[in-house]
Design a protein around this ligand. Structure first.
Ligand SMILES: Nc1nc2c(ncn2[C@@H]2O[C@H](COP(=O)(O)OP(=O)(O)O)[C@@H](O)[C@H]2O)c(=O)[nH]1
Ligand SMILES: [Mg+2]
Length: 265
């Protein structure tokens, strides 16, 4: 059949490739829904701002924010309930647990309530700035990646506001894991990531760790399974309000997790 018979297809082929690519990306963006999981423990002073910034930087995207709060004594949940009044209970979901049960299980719990086909995981304390979200999304649309992970350890990425000890701990943990595990990803201990939901479900089901090491286990297992992982540079800024929940016991857990991954992957 000639071009007149296939009018709509021919019309599309006449459009430059880059524009067609853009149209395809726009169409996929329109179809996609992003579930943003934000675990919280005592984030009363940060949660409003992070949600405001997510809405500001993700204006034309279909998304929901799932706050997984572990019974924060500072009343984080009261603030989330007020935010639900402002933004709607369909955009801000509060999924509370009775007590602090660790980050790994918080992600799993959040994911079970996610209705999107993509899941973003980010901290509540503004260390993961929502201004990077469009870049994560663009990278995924351009490459079709299964996972897009924020990285501090490439050009244009970085860390701001940490003291030398904390920088050394993070860098040391990352270098140690890189040397032992060879995952092909520059930032293993970061936790600002975008996943296809099906991929997240698959790797989560293989992960055993509970705390901070969970993020490292996920990316190492994803890499071993051959998933397509892309990186975008981010600057991690230390929290202004509240305090870190990373303590000595988490560091011990991290080292145990590293040895476990070395043996099992
Ligand atoms: N639901 C839940 N959230 C947690 C838990 N531990 C930490 N978080 C949250 O996870 C994110 C990262 O924790 P944070 O203390 O900032 O760790 P750091 O950035 O490594 O110092 C923050 O949003 C915390 O509120 C937990 O046990 N349960
Ligand atoms: Mg933090």
């Amino acid at each position: 059949m000639n071009c007149y018979g296939e009018r709509s297809a021919c019309w599309f082929l006449a459009i430059p490739l880059s524009t067609r690519h853009q149209i395809g990306m726009d169409a996929q963006k329109q179809k996609s829904k992003y579930s943003i999981i934000v675990p919280t423990y005592n984030e009363r002073l940060n949660i409003s701002l992070i949600i405001y910034l997510i809405f500001k930087h993700f204006p034309d995207v279909d998304f929901e924010v799932i706050v997984v709060d572990d019974g924060s004594p500072d009343g984080t949940q009261d603030i989330v309930k007020q935010l639900q009044q402002v933004y709607g209970e369909d955009r801000i979901l509060l999924r509370a647990r009775p007590r602090k049960m660790g980050l790994g299980t918080a992600y799993i719990y959040g994911m079970k309530h996610a209705s999107g086909n993509f899941v973003v995981i980010m901290d509540a304390d503004l260390s993961h700035h929502p201004k990077y979200l469009p870049g994560f999304l663009r990278k995924q649309l351009e490459t079709g990646a299964d996972i897009v992970t924020g990285t501090r350890y490439v050009k244009d990425g970085g860390v701001h506001g940490w003291n030398l000890m904390r920088k050394l701990t993070s860098r040391g943990a990352n270098v140690l894991a890189q040397t032992l595990l060879w995952p092909g990803v520059s930032d293993l201990t970061g936790s600002f990531r975008l996943y296809k939901k099906s991929v997240l479900e698959d790797i989560i089901s293989c992960c055993v760790s509970k705390g901070y090491v969970f993020q490292m286990e996920m990316i190492v297992r994803a890499s071993r399974k051959g998933y397509h992982i892309e990186e975008v540079p981010i600057t991690f800024v230390d929290r202004v309000y509240g305090s870190s929940k990373l303590g000595g016991s988490e560091i011990v857990e991290y080292l145990k997790g590293l040895v476990y991954l070395l043996i099992t992957t």
